[in-house]
Design a binder for this molecule. Sequence first.
Ligand code: FO1
Length: 305
Amino acid sequence: MIVALAGGTGSVKLLRGLAAAVDDLVVISNVADNFWLHGVYICPDLDTSIYGFANILDRINGWGIKQDTYSCLNQLTILGEPSWFKLGDKDLATHITRTKLLNEGKNLTEVTEFLRRKFKVKPRILPVSNNHIETRLKTDCGDLHIQEFWVREKGKPNIRSIRYKGSRQGRASSIVIKTLRKASAIIIAPANPISSIGPMLAIKDFKSELISMRKKVIAVSPFIGNKIISGPAEKYMRSAKLDTSSLGVAKYYKKFLGKFIISEQDHGLAEEISNHNIAVYETDIVMNNRFKENSLAKHILANCG
Ligand code: FO1
């Protein structure tokens, strides 16, 4: 069994490649982007994985359902409700169903399993925790949920600090811990280190499991040079006082990272990364088509053993 730790948009390409290459893939997903809006519970990273595997992801945005319509959102706007978060009509059906099941007493793991089956997705998708954890940013414009910062404020305010509210009391779910222990490899997708992987690491029992399994943990860098391949990591990395590069990611992950796949363009960083007792592999990490998603996944799996 292969486990992938994933966020949203930055992870989904590798997840698809891995799903094409292995029979038993389990995704452990970030939950700290989750939030309540219009009375429904929205879980962007869980949904991006589900929609990506189900082949219905809007690949242009990297989130939501392709060719969705926005009648409900337009009507909400007429009623004076906030419209900064673009919820499509079909996507909204997912959030309504999730919220109904949560209100009936199911936990997020059970609800995600229900949705996975409805969307006929083969890989299992596990929220890292059933607890509500949220990434919050102290900024010049106040204390913001990550969705308020990134989507409503367009990532513009200066960040003073980042925290993962609820992570101290939060626990990894028991199925997540069991799955980590059974996995033959744990692959960290090229997700945003601070906003997608960081919240999982802030859960104590999850991080200590990873540390104890260092040999089987392998990450794919989200950086080429100083540029992130997808999403807003640079600003978050800088505010966490990390280099905006594969080296910065390696230092952030070094306690539990056994192997690191970086771009061949970052050859110059390989020696310094390996000084942290991390085995470095250099290859083409850009996944701009299905063929490249599959070949990067195969390359990683070949180096897992
Ligand atoms: N990101 C945006 O930049 N703008 C949006 O309006 C937006 C809507 C949205 C709706 C559903 C969903 O699952 C995700 C959505 N995202 C949107 C993406 C999301 O805010 C983040 O990119 C992820 O949380 C990052 O992992």
